[in-house]
Ligand binder design. Structure first.
Ligand code: AMP
Ligand code: ZN
Length: 469
């Protein structure tokens, strides 16, 4: 498996530290609002990395944090007249709902910054003892950036370039820094902010320290993969490296993976720019599965522009795969020959090439776009080779194949199994109501929707009956 490493700017063969096991840390969202679909890009992509590695037989320990102490959370809490904890808990719950809607598996651990303060105090103390950090008079603790000789190795910046951009790095208490490049590890509390006791002052951590600490606690001092969006390369990940490597004396992460942005009109989608759509809105409009297919339809290191046209085309693609599977389900519902014919044996042998192509694409730095093409090749193959006289085993094998290849990408294409009885009854009720209101277009739409998911409706004198096709 080849992985593009931001650190070396090359694709490298993936060799885990411990054979058969993967330690992966991905920076998670700051929880002060519903997440937007830009935030969903790393979530969907790294969930897919995890699923694929698991499929390849690796045991993945996947850690992704929630940043639950931050200026934006505090601001929102003050606006609502409540605490940061109420705000962050609310949006963690909402984020988990969105993750479920996009079929993102919960990480092995989702640590919260506020639960890891002791570890942060320990690491800051170690850094001070090693002279990589120092407290200023007001109790702010700074990292001594210049002392870390490798600073800039991930973002490929050198310290002199950074000096010219240092104005961007200015924060309150600037004049107390030994050097403008130094960054905050701990800062004094302000009125109305959550705070913790520390040897330097009552206060709260800077943002960067949490990931170094959580990664060490849940995965160890050296990990295999560290990921996030490309905006995190500098300064966040550069600072994480400086903190972790200075504290432990070991290399922090072997492979640094960064997804490109999800854009709107070629501008990064972000809350601050106001050009965002929430996952909630898009899932309601299109379905979480369609959003997932859309995200994976481009390679993760390519910028992806969001548009209704592209979502419509993702919807059509998704429906095509589901229709192929429901067709197989439908055929399997009838009386079929039990034995494979010789012809079918050959066809099954031939169909193996789609999985090979799929794996080749995924092994090449997770080329999900090409993996999806391999699934479509398989759809075409199935559509042109199955019919009423296909044997049961032939249909079953092909169905298993396509469902599994989609499942590794987190795509659920066997919608019949997914629809619960209650959901079916609800749709039937909605159809009855539409018919009563003479909204026949909607009634037909529901019938078609159910049929696509393998549910056949029968209007009888006793009412509507349904069965699985
Ligand atoms: P934040 O809540 O801003 O810290 O972001 C959480 C994660 O989402 C980080 O990995 C970011 O890099 C990523 N992210 C935020 N906006 C975008 C975007 N427009 N496209 C891709 N990734 C993004
Ligand atoms: Zn982080």
């Amino acid at each position: 498996m080849q992985i593009y490493n931001t650190m070396t700017k090359k694709k490298e063969e993936f060799i885990p530290i411990e054979p058969g096991k993967v330690r992966m840390y991905v920076c998670g969202p700051t929880v002060y609002n519903l997440i937007h679909i830009g935030n969903a890009r790393p979530m969907i992509f790294f969930d897919t990395v995890r699923r694929y590695m698991t499929y390849k037989g690796l045991e993945v320990n996947y850690v992704s944090n929630f940043t639950d102490v931050d200026d934006k959370i505090i601001k929102k809490a003050n606006e609502e007249g409540t605490t940061s904890e109420v705000i962050s808990q609310r949006y963690i719950e909402e984020c988990k709902k969105d993750m479920a809607a996009m079929n993102i598996l919960p990480a092995t651990t989702h640590p919260l910054a506020t639960q890891e303060i002791d570890g942060m105090l320990d690491m800051i103390d170690t850094l001070i003892k090693k002279d990589y950090a120092y407290p200023a008079v007001d109790g702010t603790v700074y990292y001594r950036t210049r002392k870390f000789m490798d600073y800039g190795k991930l973002s490929h910046k050198n310290l002199d370039d950074l000096r010219s951009g240092e104005r961007q790095l200015k924060v309150s208490g600037e004049n107390q820094k030994d050097d403008p490049l130094d960054f905050v590890l701990w800062k004094p509390k302000k009125e109305g902010e959550p705070s913790w006791k520390s040897p330097w002052c009552d206060g709260r951590p800077g943002w960067h320290i949490e990931c170094s600490v959580m990664s060490k606690k849940y995965l160890g001092e050296s990990i295999d993969i560290h990921g996030g969006g490309e905006d995190l390369v500098f300064p966040h990940h550069e600072n994480e490296i400086a903190q972790s490597e200075a504290a432990s004396g070991h290399s922090f992460a072997n492979y640094w993976m960064h997804n490109a942005f999800l854009n709107i009109n070629n501008h990064k989608m972000s809350k601050s720019a106001g050009n965002f759509f929430t996952v909630r809105d898009i899932v309601d409009k299109y379905d979480g599965q369609v959003l997932r297919l859309f995200m994976l339809s481009a390679h993760y290191r390519t910028p992806l522009n969001f548009s209704d046209d592209l979502m419509e085309s993702a919807k059509a693609s998704y429906d095509r795969i589901c229709t192929c599977v429901s067709n197989l389900t439908f055929l399997l519902g009838g009386d079929r020959a039990a034995e494979l014919t010789d012809d079918e044996k050959n066809l099954l042998e031939e169909s193996k090439k789609y999985r090979q192509n799929y794996e080749k694409a995924m092994d090449d730095d997770f080329n999900t776009a090409d993996a999806i093409s391999a699934i479509f090749d398989l759809v075409r193959f199935i559509n042109s080779n199955v019919n009423e006289s296909s044997s049961k085993v032939f249909l079953e094998e092909l169905k298993k194949e396509i469902v599994e290849l989609a499942d590794i990408l987190g795509l659920i294409v066997d919608r019949v199994e997914e629809l619960g009885d209650e959901e079916i009854e609800k749709l039937i009720e909605e159809r009855q109501a539409a018919r009563k209101n003479k909204d026949f277009a909607r009634a037909d739409e529901i019938r078609a929707e159910l049929l696509e998911k393998g549910i056949v409706l029968e209007d009888t004198r006793e009412g509507v009956k349904w069965k699985k096709a």
